[in-house]
Design a protein around this ligand. Structure first.
Ligand code: ADP
Length: 466
Protein backbone atom coordinates (compact mmCIF):
# COMPACT_ATOMS: atom_id res chain seq x y z
CA UNK A 1 0.00 0.00 0.00
CA UNK A 2 1.13 3.47 -0.75
CA UNK A 3 1.07 5.47 2.50
CA UNK A 4 1.45 8.82 0.79
CA UNK A 5 -2.12 9.48 -0.20
CA UNK A 6 -2.14 12.75 -2.13
CA UNK A 7 -4.13 15.67 -0.72
CA UNK A 8 -7.66 15.78 -2.09
CA UNK A 9 -8.64 18.77 -4.18
CA UNK A 10 -11.10 19.58 -1.38
CA UNK A 11 -8.19 20.04 1.01
CA UNK A 12 -6.12 22.15 -1.34
CA UNK A 13 -6.24 25.86 -2.00
CA UNK A 14 -6.56 26.12 -5.75
CA UNK A 15 -5.28 29.37 -7.30
CA UNK A 16 -8.06 31.47 -8.80
CA UNK A 17 -6.35 31.49 -12.21
CA UNK A 18 -6.64 27.72 -12.44
CA UNK A 19 -10.31 27.68 -11.63
CA UNK A 20 -11.73 30.24 -14.05
CA UNK A 21 -11.46 30.29 -17.79
CA UNK A 22 -9.15 33.28 -17.98
CA UNK A 23 -10.04 34.33 -21.53
CA UNK A 24 -13.76 34.70 -20.88
CA UNK A 25 -13.07 36.09 -17.41
CA UNK A 26 -10.99 38.90 -18.89
CA UNK A 27 -13.70 39.50 -21.53
CA UNK A 28 -16.34 40.03 -18.85
CA UNK A 29 -14.08 42.40 -16.91
CA UNK A 30 -13.38 44.34 -20.10
CA UNK A 31 -17.09 44.83 -20.89
CA UNK A 32 -17.64 45.94 -17.33
CA UNK A 33 -14.81 48.44 -17.50
CA UNK A 34 -16.11 49.80 -20.83
CA UNK A 35 -19.61 50.15 -19.41
CA UNK A 36 -18.60 52.06 -16.26
CA UNK A 37 -15.45 53.76 -17.63
CA UNK A 38 -13.34 52.65 -14.73
CA UNK A 39 -10.18 50.53 -14.55
CA UNK A 40 -10.56 46.94 -13.38
CA UNK A 41 -7.88 44.75 -11.82
CA UNK A 42 -8.13 41.27 -10.35
CA UNK A 43 -5.36 39.61 -8.30
CA UNK A 44 -5.21 36.09 -6.92
CA UNK A 45 -4.40 35.31 -3.27
CA UNK A 46 -0.66 35.44 -4.00
CA UNK A 47 -0.86 38.86 -5.61
CA UNK A 48 -0.59 37.48 -9.13
CA UNK A 49 -2.33 39.84 -11.56
CA UNK A 50 -5.03 38.03 -13.55
CA UNK A 51 -6.79 41.06 -15.05
CA UNK A 52 -5.56 44.61 -15.66
CA UNK A 53 -7.85 46.83 -17.72
CA UNK A 54 -7.10 50.53 -17.82
CA UNK A 55 -9.73 53.13 -18.54
CA UNK A 56 -8.03 56.42 -19.50
CA UNK A 57 -5.45 56.58 -16.69
CA UNK A 58 -2.50 55.34 -18.76
CA UNK A 59 -1.18 58.74 -19.87
CA UNK A 60 -1.52 60.31 -16.45
CA UNK A 61 0.26 57.46 -14.72
CA UNK A 62 2.89 57.38 -17.48
CA UNK A 63 3.57 61.09 -16.98
CA UNK A 64 3.92 60.80 -13.19
CA UNK A 65 6.10 57.69 -13.53
CA UNK A 66 8.81 59.70 -15.31
CA UNK A 67 9.66 61.54 -12.12
CA UNK A 68 11.96 59.75 -9.70
CA UNK A 69 9.75 60.36 -6.66
CA UNK A 70 6.63 59.78 -8.76
CA UNK A 71 7.97 56.42 -9.82
CA UNK A 72 8.73 55.39 -6.22
CA UNK A 73 5.34 56.53 -4.90
CA UNK A 74 3.57 54.94 -7.85
CA UNK A 75 5.28 51.62 -7.16
CA UNK A 76 4.30 51.84 -3.49
CA UNK A 77 0.65 52.48 -4.42
CA UNK A 78 0.62 49.57 -6.85
CA UNK A 79 2.12 47.39 -4.07
CA UNK A 80 -0.65 48.38 -1.66
CA UNK A 81 -3.38 47.86 -4.25
CA UNK A 82 -2.01 44.38 -4.79
CA UNK A 83 -0.97 43.26 -1.33
CA UNK A 84 -2.28 45.50 1.42
CA UNK A 85 -4.08 43.25 3.89
CA UNK A 86 -7.83 43.69 3.78
CA UNK A 87 -9.13 42.98 7.25
CA UNK A 88 -12.78 42.27 6.61
CA UNK A 89 -15.09 41.35 3.79
CA UNK A 90 -15.81 44.99 3.11
CA UNK A 91 -14.63 47.36 0.47
CA UNK A 92 -11.30 48.95 1.33
CA UNK A 93 -10.13 52.33 0.10
CA UNK A 94 -6.56 52.81 -1.13
CA UNK A 95 -5.54 56.37 -1.53
CA UNK A 96 -2.96 57.17 -4.22
CA UNK A 97 -0.48 60.01 -3.61
CA UNK A 98 -1.80 61.61 -6.83
CA UNK A 99 -5.21 62.21 -5.25
CA UNK A 100 -6.74 59.39 -7.33
CA UNK A 101 -8.24 56.47 -5.49
CA UNK A 102 -8.77 52.70 -5.72
CA UNK A 103 -11.48 50.62 -4.10
CA UNK A 104 -10.64 47.01 -3.29
CA UNK A 105 -13.06 44.14 -2.65
CA UNK A 106 -11.84 40.78 -1.30
CA UNK A 107 -12.98 37.66 -3.15
CA UNK A 108 -13.85 34.96 -0.62
CA UNK A 109 -15.09 31.42 -1.25
CA UNK A 110 -16.09 29.14 1.61
CA UNK A 111 -14.16 31.34 4.08
CA UNK A 112 -11.05 31.15 1.92
CA UNK A 113 -9.47 34.30 0.60
CA UNK A 114 -9.04 33.78 -3.16
CA UNK A 115 -7.91 37.23 -4.23
CA UNK A 116 -9.21 40.76 -4.76
CA UNK A 117 -11.08 42.86 -7.29
CA UNK A 118 -9.98 46.47 -7.69
CA UNK A 119 -11.73 49.42 -9.37
CA UNK A 120 -9.60 52.45 -10.17
CA UNK A 121 -7.89 54.66 -10.37
CA UNK A 122 -10.75 57.14 -10.33
CA UNK A 123 -10.78 60.77 -9.32
CA UNK A 124 -13.03 61.29 -6.30
CA UNK A 125 -15.34 64.24 -6.86
CA UNK A 126 -14.26 65.76 -3.53
CA UNK A 127 -10.70 66.24 -4.86
CA UNK A 128 -10.50 70.04 -5.32
CA UNK A 129 -7.01 70.19 -6.79
CA UNK A 130 -3.81 68.24 -7.17
CA UNK A 131 -2.46 67.38 -3.69
CA UNK A 132 1.07 68.46 -2.61
CA UNK A 133 2.15 64.75 -2.52
CA UNK A 134 1.83 64.91 -6.33
CA UNK A 135 3.04 68.43 -7.05
CA UNK A 136 6.25 67.95 -5.05
CA UNK A 137 7.49 64.94 -7.01
CA UNK A 138 10.28 67.16 -8.29
CA UNK A 139 12.84 66.49 -11.02
CA UNK A 140 12.37 63.86 -13.72
CA UNK A 141 13.87 60.36 -13.30
CA UNK A 142 17.16 59.83 -15.29
CA UNK A 143 17.40 62.16 -18.29
CA UNK A 144 13.67 62.64 -18.46
CA UNK A 145 12.11 62.72 -21.84
CA UNK A 146 8.77 63.32 -23.52
CA UNK A 147 5.59 64.74 -22.08
CA UNK A 148 7.48 67.80 -20.79
CA UNK A 149 9.03 65.86 -17.89
CA UNK A 150 12.42 67.40 -18.66
CA UNK A 151 10.95 70.74 -17.72
CA UNK A 152 9.96 69.56 -14.22
CA UNK A 153 6.48 68.64 -12.98
CA UNK A 154 3.78 70.65 -14.74
CA UNK A 155 0.44 70.74 -12.84
CA UNK A 156 -1.42 71.92 -15.96
CA UNK A 157 -0.31 68.87 -17.92
CA UNK A 158 -1.14 66.64 -14.94
CA UNK A 159 -4.61 68.18 -14.52
CA UNK A 160 -5.36 67.77 -18.25
CA UNK A 161 -4.27 64.11 -18.18
CA UNK A 162 -6.28 63.47 -15.02
CA UNK A 163 -9.42 64.72 -16.77
CA UNK A 164 -9.18 61.68 -19.06
CA UNK A 165 -10.24 59.22 -16.40
CA UNK A 166 -13.37 59.01 -14.45
CA UNK A 167 -14.33 61.54 -11.81
CA UNK A 168 -17.09 60.29 -9.56
CA UNK A 169 -18.21 60.23 -5.96
CA UNK A 170 -16.59 57.37 -4.05
CA UNK A 171 -20.07 56.10 -3.09
CA UNK A 172 -20.85 55.57 -6.79
CA UNK A 173 -17.65 53.58 -7.42
CA UNK A 174 -18.39 51.68 -4.20
CA UNK A 175 -21.80 50.61 -5.58
CA UNK A 176 -20.29 49.70 -8.94
CA UNK A 177 -17.65 47.59 -7.16
CA UNK A 178 -20.30 45.72 -5.13
CA UNK A 179 -22.20 45.06 -8.35
CA UNK A 180 -18.98 43.86 -9.99
CA UNK A 181 -18.40 41.66 -6.91
CA UNK A 182 -21.76 39.96 -7.45
CA UNK A 183 -20.92 39.20 -11.09
CA UNK A 184 -17.50 37.87 -10.06
CA UNK A 185 -19.04 35.69 -7.37
CA UNK A 186 -21.40 34.06 -9.84
CA UNK A 187 -18.58 33.48 -12.33
CA UNK A 188 -16.04 32.25 -9.84
CA UNK A 189 -18.38 30.06 -7.84
CA UNK A 190 -19.89 28.32 -10.83
CA UNK A 191 -16.39 27.79 -12.24
CA UNK A 192 -15.37 26.41 -8.87
CA UNK A 193 -18.23 23.96 -8.93
CA UNK A 194 -17.36 22.75 -12.42
CA UNK A 195 -13.69 22.61 -11.54
CA UNK A 196 -14.27 20.74 -8.30
CA UNK A 197 -16.66 18.27 -9.91
CA UNK A 198 -14.11 17.56 -12.65
CA UNK A 199 -11.25 17.26 -10.19
CA UNK A 200 -13.25 15.05 -7.82
CA UNK A 201 -14.18 12.78 -10.69
CA UNK A 202 -10.54 12.58 -11.67
CA UNK A 203 -9.58 11.85 -8.08
CA UNK A 204 -12.12 9.08 -7.77
CA UNK A 205 -10.85 7.51 -11.01
CA UNK A 206 -7.28 7.77 -9.71
CA UNK A 207 -8.36 6.27 -6.40
CA UNK A 208 -10.10 3.35 -8.13
CA UNK A 209 -6.98 2.87 -10.16
CA UNK A 210 -4.85 2.83 -7.03
CA UNK A 211 -7.16 0.26 -5.41
CA UNK A 212 -7.04 -1.86 -8.57
CA UNK A 213 -3.25 -1.70 -8.69
CA UNK A 214 -3.07 -2.80 -5.05
CA UNK A 215 -5.48 -5.65 -5.75
CA UNK A 216 -3.46 -6.64 -8.81
CA UNK A 217 -0.29 -6.75 -6.74
CA UNK A 218 -2.05 -8.91 -4.15
CA UNK A 219 -3.41 -11.20 -6.85
CA UNK A 220 -0.01 -11.53 -8.48
CA UNK A 221 1.56 -12.41 -5.12
CA UNK A 222 -1.14 -15.01 -4.48
CA UNK A 223 -0.76 -16.36 -7.98
CA UNK A 224 3.02 -16.72 -7.56
CA UNK A 225 2.49 -18.49 -4.26
CA UNK A 226 -0.09 -20.83 -5.80
CA UNK A 227 2.25 -21.61 -8.67
CA UNK A 228 4.96 -22.44 -6.20
CA UNK A 229 2.60 -24.70 -4.24
CA UNK A 230 1.48 -26.33 -7.47
CA UNK A 231 5.06 -27.13 -8.39
CA UNK A 232 5.63 -28.55 -4.91
CA UNK A 233 2.47 -30.64 -5.29
CA UNK A 234 3.60 -31.96 -8.67
CA UNK A 235 7.04 -32.84 -7.32
CA UNK A 236 5.45 -34.54 -4.34
CA UNK A 237 3.08 -36.53 -6.54
CA UNK A 238 5.87 -37.54 -8.88
CA UNK A 239 8.01 -38.81 -6.01
CA UNK A 240 5.16 -40.55 -4.19
CA UNK A 241 3.76 -42.28 -7.24
CA UNK A 242 7.20 -43.44 -8.26
CA UNK A 243 7.87 -44.81 -4.78
CA UNK A 244 4.45 -46.54 -4.66
CA UNK A 245 5.01 -48.33 -7.90
CA UNK A 246 8.01 -50.34 -6.71
CA UNK A 247 6.34 -52.27 -3.84
CA UNK A 248 3.15 -52.62 -5.87
CA UNK A 249 5.03 -54.32 -8.66
CA UNK A 250 6.39 -56.79 -6.10
CA UNK A 251 2.90 -57.45 -4.70
CA UNK A 252 1.64 -58.15 -8.20
CA UNK A 253 4.65 -60.30 -9.04
CA UNK A 254 4.21 -62.47 -5.96
CA UNK A 255 0.45 -62.72 -6.45
CA UNK A 256 1.08 -63.85 -9.98
CA UNK A 257 3.51 -66.48 -8.77
CA UNK A 258 0.96 -67.76 -6.24
CA UNK A 259 -1.68 -67.87 -8.99
CA UNK A 260 0.69 -69.84 -11.19
CA UNK A 261 1.02 -72.37 -8.38
CA UNK A 262 4.76 -71.75 -8.00
CA UNK A 263 4.41 -71.92 -4.22
CA UNK A 264 2.27 -75.01 -4.20
CA UNK A 265 -1.31 -75.79 -5.19
CA UNK A 266 -3.93 -73.10 -4.66
CA UNK A 267 -7.50 -73.92 -3.70
CA UNK A 268 -10.42 -72.48 -5.69
CA UNK A 269 -11.43 -70.00 -3.03
CA UNK A 270 -7.81 -68.89 -2.56
CA UNK A 271 -7.52 -68.45 -6.31
CA UNK A 272 -10.56 -66.14 -6.24
CA UNK A 273 -8.99 -64.06 -3.48
CA UNK A 274 -5.70 -63.86 -5.35
CA UNK A 275 -7.51 -62.78 -8.52
CA UNK A 276 -9.23 -60.02 -6.57
CA UNK A 277 -5.86 -58.90 -5.16
CA UNK A 278 -4.51 -58.91 -8.71
CA UNK A 279 -7.46 -56.93 -10.11
CA UNK A 280 -7.34 -54.29 -7.39
CA UNK A 281 -3.57 -54.03 -7.70
CA UNK A 282 -3.90 -53.48 -11.43
CA UNK A 283 -6.48 -50.74 -10.79
CA UNK A 284 -4.15 -49.17 -8.23
CA UNK A 285 -1.23 -49.37 -10.64
CA UNK A 286 -3.38 -47.67 -13.27
CA UNK A 287 -4.09 -44.76 -10.94
CA UNK A 288 -0.46 -44.43 -9.89
CA UNK A 289 0.62 -44.49 -13.51
CA UNK A 290 -1.95 -41.81 -14.34
CA UNK A 291 -0.61 -39.67 -11.53
CA UNK A 292 2.94 -40.05 -12.73
CA UNK A 293 1.96 -39.36 -16.32
CA UNK A 294 0.08 -36.29 -15.23
CA UNK A 295 2.91 -34.79 -13.24
CA UNK A 296 5.01 -35.20 -16.36
CA UNK A 297 2.31 -33.62 -18.49
CA UNK A 298 1.95 -30.71 -16.06
CA UNK A 299 5.63 -30.04 -16.30
CA UNK A 300 5.02 -29.88 -20.09
CA UNK A 301 7.20 -32.86 -20.53
CA UNK A 302 4.84 -34.88 -22.69
CA UNK A 303 7.09 -36.45 -25.25
CA UNK A 304 5.36 -38.10 -28.12
CA UNK A 305 6.60 -41.26 -29.79
CA UNK A 306 5.01 -40.73 -33.16
CA UNK A 307 4.48 -43.58 -35.59
CA UNK A 308 2.09 -44.18 -38.48
CA UNK A 309 -1.10 -45.11 -36.69
CA UNK A 310 -4.40 -46.48 -37.91
CA UNK A 311 -7.15 -44.60 -36.03
CA UNK A 312 -9.79 -47.22 -36.94
CA UNK A 313 -7.66 -49.84 -35.22
CA UNK A 314 -7.40 -47.69 -32.09
CA UNK A 315 -11.19 -47.47 -31.99
CA UNK A 316 -11.57 -51.18 -32.53
CA UNK A 317 -8.98 -52.11 -29.89
CA UNK A 318 -10.71 -49.84 -27.40
CA UNK A 319 -14.04 -51.39 -28.32
CA UNK A 320 -12.83 -54.95 -27.71
CA UNK A 321 -11.15 -53.96 -24.42
CA UNK A 322 -14.14 -52.22 -22.90
CA UNK A 323 -16.93 -54.34 -24.36
CA UNK A 324 -16.86 -56.89 -21.48
CA UNK A 325 -17.02 -54.03 -18.97
CA UNK A 326 -20.04 -52.56 -20.75
CA UNK A 327 -21.75 -55.92 -21.00
CA UNK A 328 -21.33 -56.37 -17.26
CA UNK A 329 -23.38 -53.20 -16.78
CA UNK A 330 -25.86 -54.17 -19.46
CA UNK A 331 -24.81 -51.21 -21.61
CA UNK A 332 -24.97 -51.53 -25.37
CA UNK A 333 -21.72 -50.40 -26.98
CA UNK A 334 -21.12 -49.90 -30.71
CA UNK A 335 -18.31 -48.68 -32.95
CA UNK A 336 -18.94 -46.60 -36.05
CA UNK A 337 -16.35 -45.42 -38.56
CA UNK A 338 -17.59 -42.99 -41.19
CA UNK A 339 -15.66 -43.25 -44.45
CA UNK A 340 -12.10 -44.44 -44.45
CA UNK A 341 -9.70 -42.93 -41.96
CA UNK A 342 -6.16 -42.13 -43.10
CA UNK A 343 -3.17 -43.39 -41.15
CA UNK A 344 -1.57 -40.50 -39.26
CA UNK A 345 1.65 -39.88 -37.42
CA UNK A 346 0.46 -40.12 -33.80
CA UNK A 347 1.67 -41.44 -30.48
CA UNK A 348 -0.36 -44.63 -30.71
CA UNK A 349 -0.13 -45.50 -27.01
CA UNK A 350 -1.21 -42.07 -25.80
CA UNK A 351 -4.07 -41.75 -28.28
CA UNK A 352 -5.22 -45.26 -27.38
CA UNK A 353 -5.00 -44.35 -23.68
CA UNK A 354 -7.03 -41.16 -24.32
CA UNK A 355 -9.85 -42.94 -26.18
CA UNK A 356 -9.80 -45.64 -23.55
CA UNK A 357 -10.19 -43.06 -20.76
CA UNK A 358 -13.22 -41.58 -22.53
CA UNK A 359 -14.77 -45.00 -23.06
CA UNK A 360 -14.22 -46.07 -19.43
CA UNK A 361 -15.76 -42.75 -18.27
CA UNK A 362 -18.74 -43.28 -20.58
CA UNK A 363 -19.33 -46.70 -19.01
CA UNK A 364 -18.83 -45.29 -15.50
CA UNK A 365 -21.32 -42.46 -15.98
CA UNK A 366 -24.01 -44.33 -17.89
CA UNK A 367 -26.74 -46.20 -16.06
CA UNK A 368 -27.62 -49.83 -16.79
CA UNK A 369 -29.38 -50.29 -20.11
CA UNK A 370 -27.69 -47.22 -21.59
CA UNK A 371 -25.94 -46.81 -24.97
CA UNK A 372 -22.42 -45.86 -25.96
CA UNK A 373 -20.97 -45.24 -29.42
CA UNK A 374 -17.29 -45.02 -30.34
CA UNK A 375 -16.99 -42.93 -33.50
CA UNK A 376 -14.27 -42.08 -35.97
CA UNK A 377 -14.49 -39.67 -38.89
CA UNK A 378 -12.81 -36.80 -40.72
CA UNK A 379 -14.35 -33.39 -40.03
CA UNK A 380 -13.86 -29.86 -41.34
CA UNK A 381 -13.44 -27.13 -38.75
CA UNK A 382 -13.73 -23.40 -39.28
CA UNK A 383 -15.84 -21.44 -41.72
CA UNK A 384 -17.20 -23.89 -44.29
CA UNK A 385 -17.49 -21.18 -46.99
CA UNK A 386 -13.72 -20.82 -47.22
CA UNK A 387 -12.94 -24.47 -46.67
CA UNK A 388 -11.70 -25.39 -43.19
CA UNK A 389 -8.89 -27.72 -42.23
CA UNK A 390 -9.52 -31.41 -42.11
CA UNK A 391 -9.28 -33.02 -38.66
CA UNK A 392 -9.47 -36.60 -37.43
CA UNK A 393 -12.21 -36.92 -34.86
CA UNK A 394 -12.31 -39.80 -32.40
CA UNK A 395 -15.40 -39.45 -30.25
CA UNK A 396 -17.23 -41.27 -27.50
CA UNK A 397 -20.91 -40.54 -26.90
CA UNK A 398 -23.17 -41.85 -24.20
CA UNK A 399 -26.70 -41.32 -22.92
CA UNK A 400 -25.54 -41.22 -19.32
CA UNK A 401 -25.84 -38.65 -16.53
CA UNK A 402 -24.31 -35.73 -18.46
CA UNK A 403 -22.48 -32.78 -16.89
CA UNK A 404 -23.96 -29.53 -15.53
CA UNK A 405 -23.09 -26.53 -17.71
CA UNK A 406 -21.19 -24.71 -14.96
CA UNK A 407 -18.77 -27.61 -14.52
CA UNK A 408 -17.83 -28.29 -18.11
CA UNK A 409 -14.65 -26.19 -18.01
CA UNK A 410 -13.51 -27.67 -14.73
CA UNK A 411 -13.72 -31.37 -15.52
CA UNK A 412 -10.35 -31.07 -17.28
CA UNK A 413 -8.71 -29.86 -14.05
CA UNK A 414 -6.68 -32.41 -12.16
CA UNK A 415 -8.51 -34.19 -9.35
CA UNK A 416 -11.78 -32.49 -10.31
CA UNK A 417 -14.96 -34.54 -10.19
CA UNK A 418 -18.42 -33.12 -10.75
CA UNK A 419 -19.70 -34.99 -7.77
CA UNK A 420 -17.01 -35.66 -5.17
CA UNK A 421 -18.92 -38.68 -3.95
CA UNK A 422 -18.66 -40.26 -7.43
CA UNK A 423 -15.25 -41.59 -6.45
CA UNK A 424 -17.00 -43.99 -4.12
CA UNK A 425 -19.75 -44.84 -6.58
CA UNK A 426 -17.79 -45.00 -9.83
CA UNK A 427 -14.11 -45.10 -8.80
CA UNK A 428 -11.42 -42.89 -10.31
CA UNK A 429 -9.66 -39.86 -8.88
CA UNK A 430 -10.29 -37.13 -11.45
CA UNK A 431 -7.06 -37.43 -13.46
CA UNK A 432 -8.27 -39.06 -16.68
CA UNK A 433 -9.53 -36.03 -18.57
CA UNK A 434 -6.60 -33.86 -17.52
CA UNK A 435 -4.30 -36.45 -19.05
CA UNK A 436 -6.44 -36.80 -22.18
CA UNK A 437 -6.32 -33.05 -22.71
CA UNK A 438 -2.55 -32.81 -22.28
CA UNK A 439 -1.97 -35.75 -24.65
CA UNK A 440 -4.27 -34.42 -27.34
CA UNK A 441 -2.87 -30.90 -27.08
CA UNK A 442 0.67 -32.26 -27.32
CA UNK A 443 -0.42 -33.49 -30.77
CA UNK A 444 -1.61 -29.97 -31.67
CA UNK A 445 -5.19 -31.15 -31.25
CA UNK A 446 -8.14 -30.19 -29.11
CA UNK A 447 -10.74 -31.81 -26.90
CA UNK A 448 -14.39 -30.80 -27.27
CA UNK A 449 -17.29 -31.79 -25.11
CA UNK A 450 -20.97 -31.48 -25.76
CA UNK A 451 -23.13 -32.52 -22.87
CA UNK A 452 -26.64 -32.11 -21.50
CA UNK A 453 -27.22 -32.84 -17.85
CA UNK A 454 -29.36 -35.94 -17.45
CA UNK A 455 -29.25 -36.73 -21.18
CA UNK A 456 -25.68 -37.69 -21.99
CA UNK A 457 -22.30 -36.50 -23.23
CA UNK A 458 -20.14 -36.56 -26.33
CA UNK A 459 -16.40 -36.15 -25.89
CA UNK A 460 -14.46 -35.67 -29.08
CA UNK A 461 -10.72 -35.69 -29.68
CA UNK A 462 -9.59 -33.74 -32.73
CA UNK A 463 -6.21 -34.31 -34.30
CA UNK A 464 -4.84 -32.27 -37.21
CA UNK A 465 -4.37 -34.35 -40.36
CA UNK A 466 -1.75 -32.11 -41.94
P1 ADP B 1 -12.51 -39.61 -13.02
O1 ADP B 1 -13.30 -40.28 -14.10
O2 ADP B 1 -11.37 -40.44 -12.53
O3 ADP B 1 -13.34 -39.06 -11.92
P2 ADP B 1 -11.90 -37.75 -15.12
O4 ADP B 1 -10.87 -36.68 -15.19
O5 ADP B 1 -11.84 -38.80 -16.17
O6 ADP B 1 -11.80 -38.37 -13.68
O7 ADP B 1 -13.31 -37.07 -15.15
C1 ADP B 1 -13.57 -35.97 -14.33
C2 ADP B 1 -15.03 -35.85 -14.01
O8 ADP B 1 -15.74 -35.50 -15.20
C3 ADP B 1 -15.70 -37.14 -13.57
O9 ADP B 1 -15.50 -37.37 -12.19
C4 ADP B 1 -17.13 -36.87 -13.91
O10 ADP B 1 -17.72 -36.09 -12.92
C5 ADP B 1 -17.04 -36.08 -15.20
N1 ADP B 1 -17.20 -36.92 -16.39
C6 ADP B 1 -16.23 -37.40 -17.20
N2 ADP B 1 -16.75 -38.12 -18.24
C7 ADP B 1 -18.09 -38.09 -18.06
C8 ADP B 1 -19.20 -38.65 -18.78
N3 ADP B 1 -19.02 -39.38 -19.89
N4 ADP B 1 -20.44 -38.43 -18.31
C9 ADP B 1 -20.62 -37.67 -17.20
N5 ADP B 1 -19.63 -37.13 -16.47
C10 ADP B 1 -18.38 -37.32 -16.88
Amino acid sequence: MNDLVPLSVLQQKIPLGEVVDLVSFVEVCKSFSDLYRVGVKVFDAHGKRLVDIKAGSEDFCGYVFQFQTGKERCTATVGRVKDQPIPGKDVERIQCFTGARYLVLPIVYEMDYLGRAVLGPFVPDDLADLPPSLTDIGPPAGNGSGNGASNGFDPTVARALMERFRRAPESTIHKILLHFGTILNVMIFSSYRVFLTGQLHLESVKESNRVLEDKNRELQANFDRLKELDTLKSNFLATVSHELRTPLTSIMGYTDMLLEGLAGPVKDEQQQFLKTIMEKSEALLGMITDMLDLTRAEASRVTLKREMTDPAKILHDTFTTVAPLARKKNIEIRERVLGSLPKLSLDRVKVQQSVMNLAVNAIKFTREGGHIVLEGQLVELGDGRFGGDSWLELAVSDDGIGIPNMQIERIFDTFYQVDGSSTREFGGVGLGLALVKSYVEAHGGQVKVHTVEGKGSRFSLLFPTA
